[in-house]
Design a protein around this ligand. Structure first.
Ligand SMILES: *Cc1c(COP(=O)(O)O)cnc(C)c1O
Length: 344
């Protein structure tokens, strides 16, 4: 194998979506923004549509256009960032539903694409996107039949956080008497009380195998090819800055992959690859394109070493980098990997 391979298990992905759909008291949509969390918009969305997903969410109109091209007519595509200046043609051509999130966006939409459907995003306390209560009260009579009225929870990864109940109460108060379908829950909200589910849920990370959906099936496998294996004598160092010095003679495999592929330098000291069942620790600093891995204890030098898979998931990697699975996945999405899809 010449190139590092990122394998996406579409059967696991679909099983995760179905599990979250089963947990939802209402219909489950699917969030596929940022190239489906780095795993590839078209293959992921196509597999989810085949599994029954009918409502999709992206961040930007351009993503929506790419998604429409992949899915064809039928599924509803919502755009979280709403209606940005210059989006009207894309919104019309790709039949997108912008989630209007400020009085300016409402005005823009009614001016630039009054015949096109829209949804509304409300701020229930996160202070990121969404209409404030007073602005919502003001524009509400001008929006004939929104396709969706939604808001987003700031602390849903912690089911016990008091902010969840506060936002639920705020959302209920703001949507009292609304005819349109309502949506509040992403993955974290799906895992909480059905009172958070309303008419449509919006799972993202759980579909891709990440926390807070602890029961998720792992979706991603990543194997890096070994370029060469070398003998290092006790006292010699490996990599930039001589941060690792061999205490005894060692065998080091240099694998193709590095921080240029989303494998953050900060992970290095704690990271292990796997050869079959056997952990193989990283030695020295992660470079842009290369990583040193100790394989002294293996019977034979391996052709590839596994970084993500059954032994180590995206959230394990995230813990080594002081971050979250979301950031690991989207960083991998920038990497120079040959993507391969199984199942679906
Ligand atoms: C990203 C996002 C989601 C999906 O969130 P997950 O935590 O990945 O399930 C849902 N709604 C909004 C508004 C988002 O930005």
């Amino acid at each position: 194998m010449a190139q590092a391979e990122l394998i996406v298990d579409l059967d696991a992905l679909v099983a995760n979506w179905r599990a979250l759909s089963d947990r939802s008291a209402s219909e489950a949509g699917a969030v596929v923004k940022a190239d489906a969390y780095g795993l590839g918009l078209a293959p992921v969305a196509t597999a989810l549509a085949r599994a029954g997903a009918r409502r999709f969410f992206v961040a930007e109109a351009e993503e929506g256009a790419a998604l429409r091209a992949a899915l064809g007519a039928g599924p509803e595509i919502f755009v979280f960032n709403g209606h940005m200046a210059g989006d009207a043609d894309t919104i019309r051509a790709a039949d997108l539903v912008p989630l209007l999130n400020s009085p300016e966006q409402v005005a823009r939409h009614l001016e630039a694409a009054p015949e096109a459907p829209c949804g509304v995003q409300l701020d229930s306390g996160m202070n990121r996107l969404g209409l404030e209560p007073a602005d919502w009260a003001e524009v509400r009579p001008r929006l004939a039949a929104p396709r969706l009225v939604m808001s987003h929870l700031a602390c849903a990864d912690d089911a016990d956080h008091p902010m969840n109940a506060r936002q639920l109460a705020a959302f209920r108060a703001m949507t009292e008497g609304v005819d349109a379908p309502r949506s509040l829950a992403a993955t974290g909200g799906v895992l909480m009380d059905p009172g958070f589910h309303f008419d449509l849920t919006r799972p993202g990370i759980g579909v891709y195998g990440g926390l807070p959906f602890a029961e998720a099936r792992p979706v991603v496998t990543l194997r890096l090819p070994v370029i060469q294996t070398r003998e290092v004598v006790a006292g010699e160092s490996v990599g930039y800055g001589m941060t690792w010095i061999a205490e005894r003679d060692a065998r080091i495999a240099t694998v193709a992959g590095g921080y240029g592929d989303g494998l953050h330098r900060i992970m290095g000291p704690h990271l292990a690859f796997h050869a079959g069942e056997t952990p193989c620790p990283v030695r020295g600093r992660i470079s842009m394109d290369l990583i040193g891995v100790e394989v002294t204890h293996l019977d034979a030098p391996p052709e590839t070493l596994e970084l993500l898979g059954a032994h180590q998931g995206v959230d394990d990697l995230a813990a080594h980098a002081g971050t979250i699975g979301y950031e690991i996945l989207t960083a991998l999405g920038q990497g120079r990997y040959a993507r391969r899809y199984t199942g679906g």
